[in-house]
Design a protein around this ligand. Structure first.
Ligand code: NOJ
Length: 738
């Protein structure tokens, strides 16, 4: 066990003995019961009876501690063996204290902060009876049409791995409310984010190399950090749905990773093997899933209905059931649920929404905001942001005084009444005497509340207009993919009208964009002087936005997913391959035309790329030094540069380290993130930033699909984002040459 968090991958001989003793007493029916996870609405009020009969091993998303205790009492006091239930909950970005959506949290590039946020979420979840958190969602996502991009850490496997570890540490922290332990559940295993066309649940057909180099690393990182469970995904991978995919569930998890944790299916995903067309009926679905390596059936009804029969018919060896049940019981023992099955009902009121958790939510929201644009209104003038607090402000837009939408998707036990709106944030920062006018202007979607004239009039009467636009919470998250990534409804018309009115009088317009994904902002970038990407920022979003708009806080977030110029570019991501005809080289001329990998009608670059984000101050990168121009395979690459705050304000900069492996036995991305540091600098202050990267981390899966590093030349950059930076070179040599 680690000092700060529990590692559920270390087997404890005492627990192993307890598991064996209990397993030996169980009937086949009771064993299968442990492999059944149900929602509290299951069985039309007969849940208690099923628990009493030992037919249920876990429940999910039960929203009241009283109800959890009630069910637990039946399991512990009324079932034959008294095995407690394990209670799982979707705690995606906070339990009651709702933090910004995970995509926003990741934009802080601050693993320590996210660990503390995950710990706070786990503390609240523990106080309300949860044992098992269905997070972190660690799916690499390179398609912003996919609504679930909101739930993850964006497009990069390295950043995703670092943040996955941080979140697992936070969820599995020691010292949670009531002395409870919580187990994390990285999901959705695997490659769920590679859905064709960005359509949720859609087909995934990627190479094994892409699977291993891009989609697996964040899962491996989460498991290495001690995560005791994993949730398999809905999608197929090259023809085999994850829920019956022995390659990913047995070969990779058990044989290659040697991992002992619990595999949980996604909701009804075992049952859906029928719709996938790989099982003729539920019985075949159950057989395929258990043979492939599923341990628990979440609401698929396949295991509870058919496993006993399959074992009795000799179609499924009982040893497989025993192995799964061993893992489940081990987890229950490790979590201490046998000794402490109940949760004190007064705990919740002491823990939920604690002032320090509200403060933490504010810090995360502040650091997650990304300044995309901040232009002066006239040449040589001051940038539009921050606004003066004595300015007359017109606050406009459908999200300016909204609470519920700011919670974002998967808001768990979050409540709209807990949310501070942007209007409230402005009032709090500007004080009672502020000259602040609010006009909604239009609804998020549809024709209601349409008042573009009112918004224009308010902007005309003010010194600056702040327009709060974006998506509703329900436009992202599960089953909420979008084909068009512009502003919904009349919002673009509202913005155009306000921009036109302000442009005439030389007034600044600031857009605050709240969304669950990167949107297409091409028009906005051209016409609006200042854009702050504020995501769905959770309960303190309004205050965080106000702090940034009026300069109490200098924005420091950076993008973790590319913003496309148009939907037609998708997928667009920084770590693409070079191709044989790269866009930035002279193409082959044939038929009088240059032939290269590009569009005839659009740039290949994103509008705003990975790692990008501005500040109210400026940073200069100088004096790159590669301390290890030759480094051995088992050595450590050391690179440094000086970063200077050249502006007038203090600010945080996220300094990034990228490499490119120039020649490999298989093709390599044009850049790969291998390190980052968030540093704070006072005006004129400079800091030497040094990165030390084990060469072992620079590898990939080669021709034979083995992971390794190749000798040869590399480029390296220390950079403010993926499309800039100081460039150096180094060579990896064989161990005996160095
Ligand atoms: C389906 C989702 O894919 C998964 O993320 C979630 O944990 C389960 N439903 C349970 O709500």
């Amino acid at each position: 066990m680690n000092d700060s968090h529990y590692d559920f991958n270390h087997l404890d001989p005492e627990i192993e003995a307890q598991v064996e003793t209990l397993l030996a007493r169980m009937t086949l029916e009771e064993k299968v019961g442990q492999m059944n996870q149900v929602s509290p609405h299951w069985g039309g009020g007969e849940l208690e009876d099923a628990v009493r009969r030992g037919e249920v091993g876990s429940v999910l998303n039960v929203w009241s501690v009283e109800r959890i205790n009630q069910l637990q009492r039946v399991a512990v006091e009324k079932s034959r063996l008294g095995i407690p239930l394990i209670v799982g909950t979707d705690v995606i970005h906070g339990y009651r204290t709702i933090f910004p959506i995970p995509l926003a949290e990741a934009s802080t590039w601050d693993p320590d902060l996210l660990e503390r946020a995950a710990r706070a979420a786990a503390d609240e979840a523990a106080a309300t009876g949860t044992d098992w958190i269905f997070a972190p969602m660690v799916d690499v996502a390179r398609d912003p049409r996919w609504g679930r991009i909101a739930e993850g850490a964006g497009e990069d496997p390295y950043l995703g791995s670092v943040l996955a570890r941080a979140r697992v540490r936070g969820f599995q922290s020691q010292g949670l409310a009531g002395g409870k332990k919580i187990v994390a559940c990285p999901k959705h295993y695997v490659a769920y984010g590679a859905a064709e066309g960005g359509k949720d649940y859609n087909t995934v057909d990627i190479s094994e190399r892409t699977l291993r180099d891009i989609y697996l690393p964040p899962f491996k990182a989460a498991l290495d950090e001690g995560a005791g469970s994993i949730m398999s995904s809905f999608n197929e991978i090259a023809g085999v749905p994850a829920s019956c995919n022995a390659f990913i569930l047995r070969q990779i998890l058990r044989e290659e990773f040697e991992w002992h944790g619990v595999v949980l299916s996604d909701y009804d995903a075992i049952g859906e093997l029928i719709q996938h067309g790989v099982a003729a009926d539920l019985k075949e679905a159950a057989r395929k899933a258990i043979l492939a390596g599923e341990d628990i059936d979440m609401m698929g009804h396949a295991f509870p209905k058919h496993l006993v029969e399959l074992v009795r018919e000799g179609q499924v060896p009982e040893a497989l059931i025993d192995a799964a049940v061993r893992r489940i019981l081990r987890l229950k023992f490790m979590l201490g649920i046998f000794e402490h099955p109940y949760t004190a009902e007064e705990l919740a009121s002491q823990v939920l929404l604690k002032p320090e958790y509200r403060d933490l939510a504010l810090e995360v929201a502040q650091k997650s905001i990304v300044l995309l644009k901040n232009a002066p209104l006239e040449d040589g003038g001051a940038p539009a942001l921050p606004l003066q607090s004595n300015a007359r402000i017109a606050l406009v837009g459908p999200l300016a005084d909204d609470r519920a939408e700011l919670l974002g998707c998967w808001a768990c036990a979050g409540r709209a009444e807990d949310v501070e709106t942007v209007l409230e944030g402005f009032r709090a920062v500007l004080g009672a005497g502020a000259d602040l006018t609010y006009v909604k202007g239009c609804a998020l979607e549809g024709d209601e509340d349409l008042d573009i004239e009112g918004a224009v009039a308010a902007a005309e009467a003010a010194d600056a207009a702040v327009v709060v636009l974006g998506e509703s919470a329900m436009m992202s998250g599960e089953a909420h993919s979008r084909a068009y990534l512009g502003l919904p409804g009349h919002q673009r018309a509202l913005l155009e009208a306000v921009v036109a009115a302000c442009a005439l009088e030389g007034k600044p317009v600031v857009v605050i964009l709240m969304s669950g994904r990167p949107l297409v902002l091409t028009w906005m970038k051209e016409h609006v002087p200042a854009i702050l990407q504020a995501w769905h920022g959770g309960i303190r979003a309004g205050r965080a936005v106000a702090d940034v708009v009026f300069g109490a806080v200098t924005p420091s977030g950076k993008l973790v997913a590319s913003f496309p110029r148009t939907e037609g570019q998708i997928p667009v991501y920084y770590a693409h391959k070079s191709t044989g005809r790269p866009v930035d080289e002279r193409g082959v001329i044939q038929f009088n035309r240059e032939h290269k990998s590009q569009y005839l009608d659009e740039s290949t670059l994103p509008l705003y790329g990975f790692g990008y984000g501005l500040s109210y101050t400026t940073f200069e990168y100088t004096d790159l030094a590669v301390q290890t121009p030759e480094v051995s395979m088992d050595g450590t690459l050391v690179v440094s540069a000086t970063v200077t705050n050249t502006g007038e304000r203090c600010g945080d900069e996220i300094v990034q380290l990228y490499i490119q492996d120039l020649v490999g036995e298989v093709t390599r991305p044009v850049r790969e993130l291998k390190g980052f540091q968030r540093i704070a600098l006072q005006p004129r202050e400079r800091q030497r930033v040094t990165f030390e990267v084990p060469v072992a981390n620079l590898g990939f899966h080669g021709l034979e699909m083995a992971y390794g590093v190749e000798v040869g030349n590399f480029k390296v950059w220390i950079a403010p984002h993926a499309y800039a930076g100081l460039e150096g070179r180094f060579t990896v040599v064989g161990s005996d040459e160095s």
